[in-house]
Design a protein around this ligand. Structure first.
Ligand code: ADP
Length: 550
């Protein structure tokens, strides 16, 4: 049997590029993209991608060249997910919330050959380019496709490149599915950003397994509330084409744009980090719309407290919880819902849903290991270890960083840097990032667990807990809290609530009220900023009412 050979008929490299070609044949007239007043169907989207890929080739973009893009969730960024790899190049979607220095660092590190810039981000990009001492990439401006502004940046313009490209160009052959398709920099919450490289194969398999894991149907109407720059929209940039769905693109993730799109276009699916829940929940009456039918949300990127999940479901969203990271092409675990859980009380359901879950199909295995012994921890929901993953959705490695790549891959596993437990039913629950665990008098305190108790308090809008140096216990928890507008709750009341709802050693030794919590571009609390603040409280222990973070 082993002598039967692979040939073109039975062995094709796996690549998401097949999704768009197929979409153009199978769903040519179905709406592919809606953005403000602009709409395309799959036949048009495919043709636009072919044209753009051809134009990229005429800019001398060749195999493995990096093409960077700085843009919000507009159609151009969607199309580039196909057009750039069709030209044989590697797509590098930049986080739009980064500063010019970060952008310069990434352009230098990736040696980007071309940089596409949305008109709104021209000032940021030009500052980034000014700081870039290395060779500068060619620049292409993306004007607003619905309401052109006339803003220019260099000679090249996106729509012109689409118009001038050859529609018959079908793209470079993917010869090896291990070739790179995308380069995504981590947001650098815990260290300098690292360039995570995805293969065509990994992207294909991750996409398929997420469509399956979320049970996303064909004809889904997908709202782009998650930045496409975040792990290629957790692979849904490719996934919506695979389903022949409709991409509803929006420039800003604010309550008005989200609710209006949901209502006008009958959105069925959307992804977002838990921070977006507060935007939807706190919407003013004039921003809000009734949901005509259930909207499915896939959430992840940060721990969603059970209380917040419950509040979202109360207003008509159907939430699926996933856990992942850039290195795993986005979601790696999904909290697969079990029918028998429907019988449970609402708060119990929310608690089960707040767990990170079981592996997606494209992973070969997942475990929680004691890093010293490499033994898996017992499935008792208590023993903590590091979450490790292996399988086809894991990155190829970090660009130009053999040391970090070797560090991440050990004994055949990818080490996530996240601390978790496995429950008796096999579901994994994250307890913290290893760097965020608070070690107080020898006890490990999970900041995630503490935050989820705080979130249940009606007056609390957001809470982030970090370690604060303590003369006796080494470290102790310090809680930064954003209160709801209407609340005048005091520190003493919060502490009293904590004493009633958690073991004594977990109770924060300090509560700091702030107007806003510092967050990364992907919606995570910047705990390193908070830790620095907490450290300074040792000298000035009486600060308890800060205004906000810049
Ligand atoms: P960065 O590491 O640069 O912040 P990532 O998006 O790769 O960017 O972040 C991945 C991290 O986000 C994970 O390692 C984990 O700590 C956290 N995370 C992601 N999803 C969840 C989730 N559902 N629950 C808790 N933490 C999560």
């Amino acid at each position: 049997m082993n002598r039967l050979a692979k040939c073109l008929a039975n062995y094709a490299p796996l690549t998401p590029l097949t999704f768009i070609k197929r979409a153009s044949k199978v769903y040519p007239n179905r709406t592919s993209i809606i953005y403000d007043k602009v709409q395309f169907n799959w036949s048009q989207t495919y043709e636009r991608c072919c044209r753009l890929a051809d134009s990229l080739r005429s800019l001398n973009v060749a195999k493995n060249d990096v093409v960077s893009v700085l843009a919000p969730n507009v159609p151009a960024l969607y199309e580039m997910h196909f057009a750039v790899p069709m030209a044989g190049a590697v797509l590098n979607a930049l986080n739009t919330r980064q500063d010019a220095k970060h952008i310069a660092t990434i352009l230098r590190h990736s040696e980007a050959k071309v940089l596409f810039v949305d008109y709104e981000y021209v000032p940021l990009a030009s500052e980034g380019l000014r700081l870039l001492i290395a060779d500068k990439p060619q620049v292409v401006v993306i004007d607003d496709i619905s309401k052109p502004t006339g803003v220019r940046f260099g000679k090249l313009e996106y729509e012109q490149m689409v118009r001038e490209g050859n529609p018959e160009y079908k793209g470079e052959e993917v010869e090896d599915e291990w070739d790179a398709i995308a380069l995504n920099y981590t947001s650098g919450t815990t260290s300098d950003p690292k360039g995570v490289v995805y293969s065509h194969r990994g992207a294909f398999l991750s996409t398929i397994s997420l469509i399956q894991g979320w049970e996303m149907p064909t004809e889904a109407v997908y709202l782009w509330s998650l930045p496409m720059f975040h792990c290629n929209g957790w692979t849904f940039a490719w996934g919506v084409a695979a389903r022949g769905g409709t991409n509803v693109c929006i420039r800003n993730t604010n309550a008005y744009e989200m609710y209006t799109s949901i209502s006008n276009h009958k959105v069925t699916h959307m992804c977002c980090a838990p921070v977006v829940f507060n935007i939807l929940l706190e919407a003013k009456p004039h921003e809000r719309r009734e949901l005509a039918s259930k909207v499915n949300i896939l959430t992840g990127g940060a721990p969603p407290p059970a209380a917040l999940l419950e509040r979202m479901e109360d207003i008509g969203f159907d939430i699926t919880h996933a856990y992942g990271l850039t290195e795993a092409s986005g979601p790696a675990l999904i909290c697969e819902w079990q029918t028998k859980w429907n019988e449970l009380a609402r708060d119990q359901q929310a608690r089960l849903k707040a767990r990170q879950g079981v592996s997606v199909l494209s992973l070969a295995d997942v475990d929680v290991k004691d890093k010293k012994t490499m033994e898996g921890v017992p499935h008792d929901g208590k023993a903590m270890g590091e979450i490790v993953l292996r399988g086809s959705s894991i990155m190829k490695g970090y660009l130009k960083d053999d040391k970090e790549t070797a560090n991440a891959f050990q004994n055949g596993w990818f080490f996530t840097g996240d601390v978790g437990v496995i429950h008796p039913d096999g579901y994994i629950e994250i307890k913290d990032r290893s760097k965020d665990v608070i070690i107080s008098g020898g006890e490990n305190i999970s900041s995630v667990e503490l935050e989820s108790v705080l979130f249940k308090h009606q007056a609390i809008l957001e809470a982030a807990v970090v370690a604060m140096p303590h003369p006796r216990w080494g470290e102790s928890p310090c809680a930064f809290i954003v209160l709801r507008d209407s609340s005048d709750t005091t520190e003493a009341e919060i502490l009293e609530y904590c004493e009633k709802n958690m073991p004594k050693f977990m109770v924060p030794k300090k509560v700091v009220f702030v107007k806003e919590l510092p967050k990364t571009g992907t919606g995570k609390f910047q705990k390193q900023v908070l830790r620095k603040m907490a450290k300074s409280f040792q000298d000035t222990p009486f600060i308890s009412n800060l205004q906000c973070f810049g």
